[in-house]
Design a protein around this ligand. Structure first.
Ligand SMILES: *Cc1c(COP(=O)(O)O)cnc(C)c1O
Length: 356
């Protein structure tokens, strides 16, 4: 409220101003990245990232299949073609073996992918060593979709800062929020400078309005950035409470019947959502319906992109992992404000319905 009030008091009610600059600096300080551009959404950030990497009509872009559709849509905005890569079981993120297969296949067909959109789903870091190695070997830049992974780290480095470009989302459902918003980050300051230029209608340096390129209205407003500055101050607390939710669920539910996603060596997850993997579709549905009957929302995991009606026509390198996760997985209530009493009642319902 302090930052938002300041914006009104100083009449900085515009898509620029001290909160925007301050919020970008907060993101830089927190993640250790070199530069950041605050934008209207995570989707806008992915769209600009593709433009910055020169993705054009007819190009191919590799993308995690197990994700939210916003990871993919900007590929289509550019008239490019997605190539989906399935997950592996240890992190639920992009499988390095399938990524290798996909890259080699596309190169052999004369269609070297222009970029890799790598998603750290539910806050869990992907297999960075293997994926970065492949990206370097084939000289294909990574766009890290860290929309769900602000506060997550791999070998103590913030997710979103490994790739050529990283993106964050501050949508209402993310670990911190500006109600709606996003950021594009990079260790190459030129990317952020150009992202800011493109996001503010690509205005050339001139006293009049002059444009040599197509622009976008993707900048974050100074009011919204005020919410972001306040939220950055509580981010560590939010990560701690999400992790506590997960630890509590795990200690009370881990048994032969439901499995939790473990943090692999070097991984630190913000545990944005606590997810379980049940034994079968029937068991998952029984638990989900029992929760709904008590007015508790719980959703299946993301439906893989290669199974979505709008995307199923595109090429996909699959191994059945994300399809199985979609069939048997459940996102549990994961809000930072859940009380122990809330958690206990959720756990009780799950325990009562764990046998299918
Ligand atoms: C939320 C989300 C996005 C999109 O972010 P918006 O700010 O909602 O546009 C992209 N990718 C993933 C994985 C997300 O969860």
């Amino acid at each position: 409220m302090k930052y938002v009030q300041e914006a009104y008091d100083t009449n900085w009610v515009a898509p620029l101003g001290p909160n925007v600059t301050g919020f970008e600096q907060d993101i830089i300080d927190y993640t250790g990245v070199v530069s950041a551009t605050a934008l209207s959404s995570g989707t806008a950030a992915i769209h600009l990232a593709l433009i910055l990497l020169g993705v054009k009509h007819g190009d191919e872009v590799i993308c995690s299949s197990f994700t939210f559709s916003a990871s993919v849509n900007p590929i289509i905005y550019q008239g490019a073609t997605p190539v989906f890569v399935d997950s592996e079981k240890e992190t639920w993120n992009m499988c390095p073996c399938l990524l290798k297969e996909a890259i080699e296949d596309r190169i052999a067909n004369g269609k070297k992918p222009k970029a890799i959109i790598l998603v750290h789903l539910y806050g869990m870091p992907s297999k960075m060593d293997e994926i970065i190695w492949l990206s370097k070997k084939h000289d294909i830049p990574i766009i890290e979709d860290a929309a769900e992974a602000l506060g997550s780290k791999y070998n103590n480095q913030s997710m979103g800062t490994f790739g050529e470009i990283g993106i964050y989302s501050f949508n209402g459902n993310k670990i911190i929020t500006t109600s709606g918003g996003g950021a594009l980050v990079s260790n190459n300051i030129k990317h952020c400078e150009r992202a800011t230029f493109l996001a503010t209608q690509s205005r050339d340096q001139a006293p009049h309005y002059q444009h040599s390129e197509i622009g976008y209205n993707y900048r974050m407003s100074n009011i919204i950035a005020g919410i972001g500055r306040g939220q950055m101050e509580v981010l560590e607390k939010r990560v701690a409470s999400r992790r506590a939710n997960h630890a509590y669920y795990k200690s009370h539910l881990e048994s032969g019947s439901v499995a939790f996603l473990e943090e692999q060596k070097g991984c630190f997850s913000n545990r944005w959502l606590s997810c379980i993997l049940t034994k079968s579709y029937n068991q998952r549905e029984k638990i989900r319906h029992a929760l709904i009957n008590e007015n508790i929302e719980a959703r299946p995991l993301w439906k893989p992109m290669h199974k979505q009606p709008i995307f199923e026509k595109y090429q996909a390198f699959t191994n059945g992992v994300s399809e199985e996760l979609f069939e048997k997985g459940l996102c549990l209530p994961s809000g930072s404000n859940l009380t122990t009493k809330d958690l206990d009642s959720i756990i009780l319902i799950i325990k009562q319905n764990i046998n299918d």
